[in-house]
Design a protein around this ligand. Structure first.
Ligand code: C2E
Ligand code: CA
Ligand code: CA
Ligand code: CA
Length: 287
């Protein structure tokens, strides 16, 4: 856009203006939506690649909007981060997801225990801005307490942007969360300034390898070696790996063969409504 000539600039300005108007409107609607809890959570299964067993669900937020239809998070999370609205929205997501998990436990934990499976976990995305908020740890503690789920059943998915600022607050909060017993996952691993030293420095229990690495698995020897190497190092450190964005059976087979324990992607299921998630649990619990 910077190199755009005069003619293009004239062309560009009205759409910029329109963008700002849409942005402003979206921001105002976000406030109302937060106040009225107008959001919905969808749940995407995470499975054991060797056995096919259901292990967890990742909660993914959506915003059903009068005119825009089902608005996806890529359209409003960044906006909510900029404005700080992510703090109340993120708290709602945590509480709602923990409550949903308590519901799953009530009808599936006994049957799962009978076949040696632990209670279902729920993974929740946490943005950097949300993590930095002074009340964050209390929100997590509250969500666990109010729902009554074991802390181990809640997993926070953080991106590397949270861990990059190695200040005291980040350290203290990460260790408080670790002691609380909640799981901590590094999301989108491999896309940022990935550093395996995070795994030493923080109580990380899960590493999610970004879809971009999974896409090239069968195509490039290098990509395969990279994913295998990450999986092996993680395993040595007692960190579980989840491969994201698995779409093809051959990707699943390659990952299972290299010993990657867990996977997630359209091959297994798209994000599901709460009702669909319950049906999925029923179909994947009883023999
Ligand atoms: P993410 O955390 O990396 O989540 C995975 C995204 O990939 C989801 O998109 C999911 O629907 C999509 N996906 C899953 N499997 C496949 C696959 O096999 N192929 C392809 N092409 N895509 C797949 P979604 O739901 O649109 O979410 C986008 C991003 O929005 C998430 O990326 C996450 O960063 C953010 N997000 C979602 N919910 C929340 C939330 O409650 N709080 C925060 N802070 N961020 C959220
Ligand atoms: Ca995620
Ligand atoms: Ca991810
Ligand atoms: Ca992502």
């Amino acid at each position: 856009a910077k190199s755009a000539g005069k003619r293009q600039w004239c062309h560009y300005q009205p759409s910029l203006q329109a963008g700002l108007v849409a942005r402003h409107e979206l921001n105002e609607n976000l406030d109302t939506a937060i106040a009225e809890s107008a959001f919905r959570l969808y749940y995407q299964p995470i499975v054991d690649l060797a056995s096919g067993a259901l292990v967890a669900f990742e909660a993914l937020v959506r915003w059903p909007h009068d005119r825009r239809g089902m608005v996806l998070p890529d359209e409003f999370i960044a906006l909510a981060e900029e404005s700080g609205q992510i703090v109340p929205l993120g708290a709602w997501v945590l509480e709602r997801a923990a409550q949903e998990a308590a519901g799953w436990h009530a009808f599936s934990s006994a049957a799962r225990a009978a076949v040696g499976l632990p209670p279902l976990r729920v993974n929740v995305n946490v943005s950097a801005r949300q993590f930095r908020d002074a009340g964050f740890v209390d929100v997590v503690r509250g969500a666990v307490r109010t729902s009554g789920i074991p802390a181990e059943s809640l997993v926070l998915e953080l991106t590397e942007s949270v861990l990059m600022r190695r200040d005291d607050r980040v350290h203290t909060d990460m260790h408080t969360l670790g002691e609380l017993g909640v799981g901590i996952a590094i999301d989108d691993f491999g896309t940022g300034y990935s550093s395996l030293s995070y795994l030493r420095e923080f109580p990380i229990s899960i590493l999610k390898i970004d879809k971009s690495f999974i896409d090239g698995l069968g195509l490039s020897q290098q990509q395969y070696a990279l994913v295998e190497g990450i999986t092996r190092i993680a395993d040595t450190l007692g960190v579980q790996v989840i491969a994201e964005g698995i779409e093809h059976p051959d990707q699943r087979d390659l990952l299972a063969a290299m010993g990657c324990p867990l996977g997630q992607g359209y091959l297994f299921a798209h994000p599901l409504t709460p009702d669909q998630a319950r049906t999925f649990i029923e179909q994947h619990t009883t023999p």
